[in-house]
Each structure stands twice: as C-alpha cells, then as structure tokens.
Design a protein around this ligand. Structure first.
Ligand code: DGT
Ligand code: CA
Ligand code: CA
Length: 366
C-alpha cells in the first residue's frame, strides 16, 4: 500500500535574533535587532531580522538601521551585527537534531527545512501533530530555541501551514482539508506568485487561491506558459508532488566586503577581491568542491547592486582561475559603468564533488 505523504516544514522563529538571545538570556524581554552594518557611518546598514518585541515597533527585515533606531528610541533596544558563523553553528546543530526525526530532510535555508515523516507516521496525521510537539520540545530542551512547524500532505501545504501561525506555532492541515485551507488565501501566498504575477492575476479576476483553482487551466497556460500555468493550477488545488530531497551541499559560497574608499580603480578593487577570494577558496577547498561558475557582486555608490558571472566549460578547483575570471569580469564591468564602487563580492557555484571532469574513454564508445 502506498501511504499518503506526511511532510513538515520547520522554520526557526526570528532566527538570528533568537540566536543572540540564546547567548545573552538577560536581553530576552527587550527589543532585539540584528543588522548588517555597511561600516560607513555608525548607523548605515539594514536590519536582517528582529525579535517580535522589536517587530511591534515596526522594525523588520530590510529596513535601514537608522530607521530602526528611530522607531525604538526611548526603549532599551539592543542592536547586534550579524554573526553568521555563530548562527551557522546553531543551524548545524538544530538541523542535525531534525534529521534524526525524518526519513529525509531538505534544508532550504539557514533556519528552515522540510522533513518527510511518512514512514515514521505510517501516514497518520493525528500522530504527526504529537510528533511535531515532541520535536519542538526536544529542540527547546537541547538547544533552547523555539520554532514553528507546518504539517501537510506535501511541501506546498506544509509551507503555507507554517507561515499561517508564528512564532512557536504548530499548524496541521490534513489532506482532506488542504484545498479548503488554501481557498481563502491571496494568491501571492503561493511560491512563485510575486508582484508582477499577482497584478496580472488580479487583472484576470483572480485574487484568492480558490479563484485560481477554478480558473480554466488552458487559459492559465495561454497566459503564463505551460510549466507555470500547470504549476499554478496544481498548486491552487493543493497538488504538489515535489519530493523532500536531501540537499546537503551548499549551492554557492560567497564573500562580500566594503572597500576602504569608493573607487573605480581596477587595482584597488582587485586587492579587495583577492582577499575575498582567499576566504571563499578556503571554504571551497575544505569542502572538496569543484566549481563551474564564478560571479562578482558590486554595490555602487548609488547603492544599486549588480552582479556578473561566467560559467566555465569544465569544473575546476583552481584558485587562480577564480582570480583570473574575477579580473576579467571587473574589466568588463568597469568599462560599462562609470560609477564608483562601494562594496564588492566574489561567489563560486555550480559545485560538484568529484574530480574535475576528464573525458572518459567510454564516452567515445557510445
Ligand atoms: P520569522 O521566521 O518570521 O520568525 O523570522 P526570521 O527572522 O527567522 O525570518 P526568516 O525565516 O525569513 O529568515 C531567517 C533568517 O534569515 C533571519 O533570522 C535573518 C535572515 N534574513 C531574513 N531576511 C533577511 C533580509 O532581508 N536581509 C538579511 N540580511 N537577512 C535576512
Ligand atoms: Ca524563521
Ligand atoms: Ca526561514
């Protein structure tokens, strides 16, 4: 017998800020803000995340730090710079614990993972609710963090269930309730419906997921193309067959830094990117990756950011190849843009673990 799937999405609450609470328990009842400081002036930069007390003052991901400070004036708010290494350590620990509960775990970001628990639950959703409570309790006891869990018959429903009640939430949507659960929600709750698609659908008279689910699929295909049209149709009907796949390996490794002064000078830029390349390369080498794609990232003085990349014919693990390609990408970029640059970054991606590909003899024998 094929069991109906039981899929969970676990998402840690106000993750970076909660990690800060963990090592500073005394600040738990204060507004906490974690931000990326660009290093220019004391308050330049943006908020990465904040705890729920700070959010009640309108302080959330993406807003400028000076604005957060203004909103929190007169409170005993505490501000931290992002400490990515520390959050990564905590993430590794909690992901390790989560993995013991599932047949497969698919990590989708530093604080979020899907769990396939079908066989553990024997397809039973009542059991899954208690199981999720146990997972939450275990992580609270072992690590001290709270998380929110959504449970559903697939990843799509689990994700929306998870988003529907935060923090410290637990939402269960049984297969027979899935379409009813989605029906009243606005279409942009579906992955892949951004601002543009949202507006387009609105013009077509589609606002809710229920309206989308009833919309003629052929017309959706005519407007959005076959792949997307079918995807929207299925998603709105709570159909999603994407498996929970172990995605253990990083997709990219990158490092960004702020220049000592704004510049358009290739030599100065390459001095910085060479430093960044060393750091990136160290991690790539530690993980024993070969890579195929090399990218640069630029933030201009007008704060507009750009990236450029190049994909090699063959995977490599050579540091000099990174440096050479970063130079070429910058030469081209500087010829196109006359603005001074404020921050730069280097990224490699397209990883494989095996040795750089050699043409196999067998490939000549069809
Ligand atoms: P939540 O899940 O609503 O309780 O709050 P978070 O903070 O866990 O939000 P989530 O799950 O979207 O993001 C996980 C972490 O990723 C978050 O703690 C900080 C980081 N992050 C999220 N959004 C941004 C952003 O806009 N900029 C930067 N730099 N980091 C972000
Ligand atoms: Ca989160
Ligand atoms: Ca998340």
């Amino acid at each position: 017998m094929v069991l109906g799937r039981v899929v969970m999405l676990a998402d840690f609450d106000y993750f970076f800020a909660q990690c800060e609470e963990l090592r500073n328990p005394l600040i738990k009842d204060k507004p906490i803000v974690v931000g990326v400081y660009s290093g220019r002036t004391e308050d330049s930069g943006a908020v990465s995340t904040s705890n729920y007390i700070a959010r009640s003052y309108g302080v959330k991901s993406g807003i400028p730090i000076f604005l957060a400070k203004r909103n929190l004036e007169g409170t005993d708010a505490v501000f931290f710079p992002v400490d990515h290494d520390y959050y990564q350590q905590i993430s590794d620990r909690v992901m390790q614990i989560l993995s013991t509960y599932a047949s497969s775990l698919e990590q989708v970001s530093i604080d979020e993972a899907y769990l396939d628990v079908t066989s553990q639950m024997e397809g039973n959703f009542e059991k899954a609710y208690i199981y999720a409570q146990k997972i939450k309790q275990d992580i609270k006891t072992q690590v001290g963090l709270s998380l929110t869990v959504g449970i559903g018959p697939n990843k799509l429903v689990a994700k929306i269930a998870c988003d529907s009640q935060k923090p410290d939430g637990l939402t269960l949507v049984k297969p027979e309730d899935a379409t009813k659960f989605l029906a009243p929600l606005p279409v942009d709750r579906l992955l892949g419906v951004g601002k543009k698609t949202f507006t387009r659908m609105e013009q077509m008279g589609i606002k809710t997921i229920e309206e989308l689910s009833k919309f003629d699929v052929q017309r959706l295909i005519a407007v959005f193309g076959k792949t997307l049209g079918l995807y929207f149709h299925n998603a709105a009907n709570a159909i999603d067959n994407e498996p929970v796949i172990f995605a253990g390996e990083a997709e990219s490794i990158s490092k960004i830094g702020t220049l000592k002064q704004d510049t358009h000078d290739l030599t100065l830029l390459l001095q910085k990117t060479d430093e960044l390349t060393e750091i990136v390369y160290k991690e790539v080498a530690e993980k024993n990756y070969s890579f195929k794609t090399i990218s640069i990232y630029v933030v201009n003085v007008d704060l507009v950011s750009k990236s450029r990349s190049v994909t090699l014919e063959q995977s490599t693990r050579d540091k000099e190849v990174i440096k050479r390609n970063v130079r070429v990408l910058f030469e081209k970029y500087l010829a196109e843009s006359s603005l001074d640059i404020r921050r730069v970054g280097v990224k490699v991606s397209g990883f494989s673990k095996e040795q750089p590909q050699q043409k196999q003899l067998s490939s000549f024998f069809g």
